[in-house]
Design a protein around this ligand. Structure first.
Ligand code: NAI
Length: 407
């Protein structure tokens, strides 16, 4: 879509009960926002979206190639969640539609839950609580410890791992970590050279790596046997990272004293489906239904983060945080018009655009370009008079995917 659109005419559709903070922020900017509680079927959405310029979804709405074919007028899409598997990202990219998400909005929620696991495991909470519910009284200090002074080994020192590091030190744990990338240690944490070294020295091992070919079964029989006898394993990262059978065996043989697991290789699709794992029924094992990031605060952060990405993109053309688009980070343009062009990334395209700009006599005050293998994203700040003429000529180029003007 090529556009010269006034702010109050911009219409945004938010589906799947997105946190109301998103609506508030977008309405404060003057946009018209429609909220729907549920996801829509593909055909209903294709029909409804004709009247909107921006779409926000969560994980239940699937946006396919067919959807983008019929909705290529969309300016942008926001996935108000962490994952973007539900969106045909390449199809959106080829049509010049950036897709934003909020990958780190629930970092703190996960780190806090892991602190809960640490204390819960050290005090045998799962077992004692279940017993108390059944009328059994297990009052004993045997096997119960403070976490203060214990060694926490963090595997993957990214957003969650490093946040956990800070919280754990505040509780008096000694933190060591291993990451494949060199990371700045927070506080008194110490980087260790290998995964095996972390496993050997830690009382608790907590996993915070992504799902990659290298991290599948990162913790199997060999790694579990490398862990200290009586230590604990925590996995709130991805279900593929731990070999569940090997973990169950290590717990049964009492090599490990306990485990807390939030993510599983096979997880139920919905709350109505049955959940099964070999870890069920084992002593001192905390099992949770992938709730590490599921808090009200995280939902609100997600609402705020994606709404802000929309605003920065609509008002300034900034694509920072888009998962399928070249990144150009921009601030407001003053005393000029901003012309934004998405084009096919083929030889000669910039020459043609520059020729147009030169021919209309536009004075460019700033120019930004970022590309990926499919598209180029070009932003030019120019004087008012010439922008409209440049726009008219640029949208006629064969390489033009979409062009818009921000005033
Ligand atoms: P991040 O990308 O910020 O950090 C991941 C870190 O792991 C990076 O520093 C990376 O260099 C490191 N890494 C990658 N491969 C490694 C390897 N083989 N060995 C050691 N380190 C390695 O990711 P973030 O946000 O900290 O998330 C971590 C994990 O937590 C992800 O798998 C994510 O899906 C999961 N997660 C789980 C949630 C839940 O509800 N349980 C909620 C949010 C995230």
């Amino acid at each position: 879509m090529n556009t010269i659109l006034g702010r109050n005419k911009l219409k945004i559709l938010l589906l799947e009960n997105i946190h109301q903070v998103a609506q508030q922020r977008l309405e404060e900017c003057g946009y018209q926002v429609t909220m729907e509680d549920a996801a829509l079927s593909e055909n209903n959405l294709i029909e409804m979206i004709k009247d909107y310029h921006v779409l926000g979804i969560r994980s239940k709405t699937r946006l396919t190639e067919k959807f983008f074919d019929k909705s290529s007028h969309l300016l942008t899409v926001g996935a108000f969640c962490i994952g973007t598997d539900q969106v045909a990202l390449q199809s959106a990219n080829l049509r010049g539609i950036p897709v934003f998400n909020a990958p780190y909005s629930n970092t703190r929620s996960v780190a806090e839950l892991v602190i809960g696991y640490l204390i819960g495991l050290a005090r045998g909470l799962a077992e004692r609580s279940q017993a108390a519910h059944k009328g059994k009284w297990i009052k004993s200090a045997k096997g119960s410890n403070e976490v203060r002074g214990k060694v926490l080994g963090i595997i993957g020192y990214g957003h969650i791992g490093s946040q956990l590091s800070v919280l754990a030190e505040a509780l008096g744990l000694q933190v060591v970590f291993y990451d494949i990338v060199k990371k700045l240690p927070m506080g008194n944490a110490r980087s260790v050279d290998s995964l095996a070294d972390v496993l050997k020295i830690s009382d608790f091992v907590s996993l915070h790596v992504p799902d990659t070919p290298e991290t599948r079964n990162l913790i199997g029989k060999k790694e579990l046997s490398t862990m200290r006898k009586g230590s604990y394993l925590i996995n709130a990262s991805r279900g593929t990272v731990v070999n569940i059978s090997a973990l169950a065996e290590s717990l049964r043989s009492e090599h490990l004293s306990g485990a807390a697991v939030d993510v599983f290789p096979q997880e139920p699709e919905s709350n109505k489906d049955i959940f099964e794992t070999e870890l069920q029924g084992l002593a001192n094992v905390i099992l949770t239904p992938h709730i590490g990031g599921s808090t009200q605060e995280a939902q609100e952060n997600i609402g705020r983060e994606v709404a802000d990405s929309f605003i920065r993109f609509i008002q300034y053309g900034s694509t920072t945080g888009a998962v399928n688009f070249p990144t150009v980070d921009l601030v407001a343009h003053k005393n000029s018009v901003r012309l934004i062009n998405v084009h096919k990334n083929v030889p000669g395209v910039l020459k043609n655009i520059n020729e147009i700009v030169a021919n209309v006599g536009a004075n460019i005050s700033a120019q930004y370009l970022a590309t990926d293998s499919n598209i180029g994203y070009l932003v030019m700040d120019m004087e008012y008079a010439e922008a409209d003429e440049a726009y008219k000529q640029i949208i006629k180029l064969e390489t033009n995917i979409r062009t818009r003007i921000l005033r």
